[in-house]
Design a protein around this ligand. Structure first.
Ligand SMILES: Cc1cc2nc3c(=O)[nH]c(=O)nc-3n(C[C@H](O)[C@H](O)[C@H](O)COP(=O)(O)OP(=O)(O)OC[C@H]3O[C@@H](n4cnc5c(N)ncnc54)[C@H](O)[C@@H]3O)c2cc1C
Length: 506
């Protein structure tokens, strides 16, 4: 074996698992870009945890269940909120510096939270601080090795057991054998034209688990963040919900604060409601964006509380202390993914998943803001502890691997199709059309020398196909999945979707 445990991904989930695994054997953490390039690195607003004086674990649980719109796994939610405070204490013990008011931790509020329970670090660099802390801890352990700029293309499954994976270093493919494998590959935002996610978020973990025959659950649920900066030629930089938590107001082109017409919680309504309201206002006023206005707060407060957001917007010519920022919704977070139990086990022996790639059931049909970093650390640790008990099988054979067939389309075409037909509002006709196009591109797939672009395009196409298939199956509107042809929730769909190779969505 090349290592006892293979961890695919160096975001918060992979790093947290690696720390547990190091107690049981050698760990190889592989990342397809630099070790810092992950969604974790860009997470701004914070991490939710019931630790403030007026908060209770039961209230955090209740808010998470409410946001999940009837589809959360209650046990998973209970585990998340119950183990959250200890997970935060571990981070603090390892050196994480969360912002404080004097000596006390400082908590802010985000949409759909009933209490101030969002911890943040350096104002708006929470994910970076958590990832920094976990990397420092993991890299201090002699059992943990890192490999960057190496993409895993496929899992190795022999006699129904995961025995390793195939790594691509930009020129060659090589097998990596291990006792157990953890998918911690993060999200899939790059499937959509507009996304807040970094380029590494191509749904690789979901696609390779799917090809290996693992169960994929609730993949149709994609959260669209309402407020990504919309400046011509600039990336869709996220303007955190914490801005609205601190008083920012959404306005349309006529300068109206429109959210009060859509939801009683106004600007802090659930994200899917805000995203759809923005689209409705854009259509009504014929504008390509709406405005996020924080000018009611003084410049000193904004620069101190949101230094990264302030500086980034300024770099794109928008001084948010003086003017409202143009914003537009963008794909942000995948609630579904590789199905796992509470210990992070996927449906194939030897395979585990944690973090955004996994579907533990904690988010149900919609994620409560800032619960994902918490999920990464709580379930990353659980998966690590559980994997550590795996004996594995000795497999050293030179298993061949099939050629990588790349769909016949450009990434731009695929992302536009998915955004238009499987985005914020969906219909049967739209998703059916998307599916036909995706299947046509896959049917014309061609092989050749492997490239990272080709590997990612294959994954993007498979993930888009799964979203369209499961979205078609779910003939209702629930959480982040909104169908104009089925605008209501339907009792018969109050269950998770499950998709598996050669098994229809059910
Ligand atoms: C802009 C932004 C802001 C956010 N803000 C918040 C917030 O305030 N609070 C919150 O709770 N959540 C937030 N989120 C969500 C949260 O950041 C993510 O859900 C979480 O960080 C995911 O962690 P992860 O470890 O699962 O994956 P990631 O941190 O995305 O890490 C994925 C890793 O997998 C690697 N990888 C991917 N594919 C392969 C492959 N084929 N081979 C090898 N390696 C691979 C990548 O290189 C990377 O190292 C935000 C997300 C974004 C994009």
């Amino acid at each position: 074996m090349n290592c006892d445990f293979l961890v695919i991904g160096a975001g918060v989930a992979g790093l947290r698992a690696a720390i547990e695994l190091a107690k049981a054997g050698s760990v190889l953490v592989i990342a397809k870009d630099s070790l810092q390039e992950s969604s974790s690195e860009y997470a701004q607003g914070g991490i939710a945890v019931a630790l403030s004086d007026d908060d209770e674990v039961a209230l955090h649980e209740q808010d998470t269940l409410y946001a999940g719109d009837g589809l959360c796994d209650r046990q998973a939610v209970h585990t998340l909120v119950e183990e959250g405070p200890a997970a935060i204490q571990d981070l603090i013990d390892w050196g994480a510096e969360f912002d404080r008011d004097g000596l006390k931790l400082s908590f802010t509020r985000e949409g759909a939270h009933s209490r101030n329970r969002i911890l943040h670090a350096h104002g708006d660099s929470t994910g970076r601080e958590i990832a920094r802390t976990l990397y420092k801890k993991a890299s201090s352990l002699s059992n943990v090795k890192f490999e960057s700029y190496s993409a895993i293309t496929d899992l190795f499954v022999v006699n129904g057991r995961t025995v390793g994976a195939i790594a691509f270093d930009g020129s060659t493919l090589r097998p990596v054998f291990a006792r157990a494998v953890l998918l911690a590959t993060g999200g899939l935002g790059r499937v959509f034209k507009e996304t807040t996610n970094p380029d590494v978020a191509t749904g690789d973990g979901v696609a390779m688990a799917w090809r290996a025959g693992a169960r994929i659950s609730n993949i149709e649920f994609v959260q669209f963040h309402p407020t990504a900066l919309h400046v011509e030629g600039a990336p869709r930089f996220l303007l955190s919900e914490a801005l609205r938590g601190e008083g920012a107001v959404l306005r349309n082109n006529a300068d109206e604060a429109f959210m009060e017409r859509y939801h009683e919680l106004k600007d802090l309504a659930p994200r899917d409601v805000v995203s759809r309201s923005i689209v409705a206002e854009m259509e009504r006023t014929g504008s390509p964006h709406v405005w996020l206005d924080l000018t009611s707060r003084d410049a000193g407060f904004i620069q101190g509380r949101f230094p990264r957001i302030y500086e980034t917007c300024l770099a794109y010519g928008v001084d948010i202390s003086k003017v409202a920022a143009p914003v537009h919704p963008a794909a942000h977070y995948a609630m579904g993914g590789v199905w796992t139990d509470l210990e992070g086990r996927a449906s194939i022996p030897g395979l585990y998943a944690a973090g955004e790639v996994a579907c533990t059931g904690v988010h149900g049909a919609n994620r409560l803001a800032s619960n994902s970093l918490l999920e990464g650390v709580v379930f990353g640790a659980r998966a690590g502890r559980s994997m550590a008990t795996e004996e594995g099988v000795s497999f050293t054979g030179n298993q061949g691997w099939s050629r990588i067939l790349v769909p016949r389309c450009s990434e731009r075409e695929l992302r536009e199709l998915t955004w238009e037909q499987c985005g914020i509002s969906r219909t049967r006709a739209g998703m059916q059309a998307a599916l036909e196009k995706l299947q046509e591109w896959s049917a014309e797939a061609a092989g050749g020398r492997p490239t990272l672009t080709g590997i990612e395009l294959r994954n993007l196409c498979e993930v888009a196909t799964l979203i369209a298939q499961c979205g078609l199956w779910r003939e209702e509107s629930r959480g982040a999945h909104y169908r104009t042809d089925f605008p209501e929730k339907r009792e018969e769909f109050r269950r998770a979707s499950l998709a598996q190779l050669n098994v229809a969505a059910a």
